[in-house]
Ligand binder design. Structure first.
Ligand SMILES: [Zn+2]
Length: 442
């Protein structure tokens, strides 16, 4: 039974010396003082390292990793919507092997950065002409194969996508996304569960799903994620079609509950914020994507104690440290104040609250027993280097959260299995080579 003994270990609100963590199978057996080690146990000493719960990337579109470095110059008047057309053009060029290769590249970068779980908001389902593959789950299974290859824990959020928007004709660039009805989505989710995957559903947006679709999807039991209030134009369209903003549409459909995660929620009305709190729903914030796409700054300071989690969404960068500190920094930019999210004076409190958003918050959004160093949880763990130049003289937890980056991550375990050791992943060379071949003509 592996026993890990780091210099410091995560303990909810701080980091403590003198503790060991026992792993049994894929779960944490216990966390206890090192004095409880038995003489016959051979612990693995993580010298110069701190052990923390692995992070959860609750919102990802893995194939969009292929856009990195290809959308940072303008084509005419650039905006979210112009970016979206370029993203569609990539989506329509990928065959199943391409989807698997880019997903593996994306997931590899995630585990190297400290993410042990990904919630993949999966909307690339069909062939480029819109016909289903011989196996209708072909592309979802390609994503799952990529996650297996890398060793990251996957929750497949099967998207529901019905239309281009209210009153719009079908968009040929979206043919690979369209489902014929909500029953097709529910059947796919059921099949994927039967195939052993952890599954949620994801009505793409109120733009892509009618109210009738959303009502039918409300019978699903499990995590439900949806894009909400990312762009002002989407809110205007909802007001025009329904007379109410997007979150209220999900509410009318019966979808709002603690199982519901509103992705982005960048421009909520006061009524929407109140409704979200009342129903116990949560928000997944994707700060670097929201900056990159010009969406805006998430108003964390006005939402009180709504549970949060993070995602790297379009993968302009994959850096959980930047996502987490941006939650606080963007709030400082909006308010002109400091230490906004956790104002009291316990020195590790703000950094600990941010790490919990990254770990526990994402685990709760995906219904997984992970993100905590407690008996019975999955042994999804990260060990960070305490001896970095950047941490000399720094208090470790706030030093890492506010000054760290993915290269601080040295070791990663997912379900008790070590997938990154001293910064190296055994499949990196082959994943690099395959991706490079595929992406050389992007
Ligand atoms: Zn998204």
């Amino acid at each position: 039974m592996p026993v890990l003994v780091p210099d410091l270990i995560w303990s909810q609100n701080s980091l403590l010396p003198g503790f060991a963590l026992w792993i049994e199978g894929e779960r944490i057996l216990r966390v206890a003082p090192v004095s409880e080690l038995r003489p016959d146990e051979r612990p693995i000493y993580l010298r110069g390292k701190v052990l923390l719960p692995g992070l959860v990337n609750a919102h990802s579109h893995a194939f969009q990793r292929g856009l990195r470095g290809h959308v940072q110059w303008s084509v005419g008047q650039d905006s979210f919507w112009a970016w979206r057309d370029r993203m569609y053009s990539l989506a329509n060029r990928l065959d199943p092997e391409g989807v698997e290769a880019i997903s593996a590249l994306c997931f590899l970068e995630m585990v190297r950065a400290g993410f042990t779980t990904v919630g993949e908001f999966h909307y690339l389902q069909h062939q480029p002409d819109g016909r289903p593959y011989a196996d209708p789950d072909e592309l979802a299974l390609r994503v799952a194969a990529a996650a297996d290859k890398v060793g990251i824990r996957l929750v497949l959020l099967r998207v529901a996508y019905g239309r281009a928007g209210h009153g719009l004709p079908p968009n040929p660039l979206q043919r690979r996304f369209y489902d014929r009805g909500p029953d097709e989505v529910l059947a796919a989710a059921q099949r994927l569960r039967a195939r052993g995957l952890s599954v949620g559903i994801a009505p793409h947006s109120v733009r892509a799903c009618t109210l009738d679709w959303l009502r039918e999807l409300a019978i699903f039991e499990g995590p439900v994620h949806a894009h909400v209030d990312e762009q002002p134009a989407e809110i205007q369209a909802s007001l025009k079609e329904h007379g109410i903003p997007p979150l209220e549409v999900y509410g009318q459909a019966g979808l709002l509950s603690p199982d519901f995660t509103a992705v982005h929620f960048t421009h909520p009305s006061e009524g929407e914020s109140r409704l979200l709190r009342e129903r116990g729903a949560r928000v997944c914030v994707c700060p670097t994507t929201e900056l990159d796409l010009g969406d805006g700054l998430f108003p964390a300071e006005s939402l009180g104690d709504v549970p949060l989690c993070i995602g790297t969404d379009s993968h302009a960068m994959i850096d959980p440290f930047t996502e987490l500190r941006s939650l606080e920094w963007n709030t400082r930019a909006r308010t002109g104040r400091r230490n906004v999210l956790v104002p009291h004076d316990q020195p590790d409190a703000l950094a600990a609250a941010l790490w919990k958003i990254g770990s526990e918050g994402g685990a709760d959004a995906l219904h997984l027993p992970t993100g905590r160093l407690e008996a019975g949880m999955y042994a999804d763990l990260v060990a960070l280097d305490l001896e970095r130049l950047e941490l000399v003289g720094a208090r470790p937890l706030p030093g890492m959260v506010f000054g760290g980056n993915p290269s601080f991550v040295r070791d990663v375990w997912v379900g008790g299995r070590q997938v990154v050791e001293e910064g190296r992943h055994p499949a990196e060379a082959s994943i690099r080579a395959t991706s490079l071949r595929l992406m050389s003509n992007f």
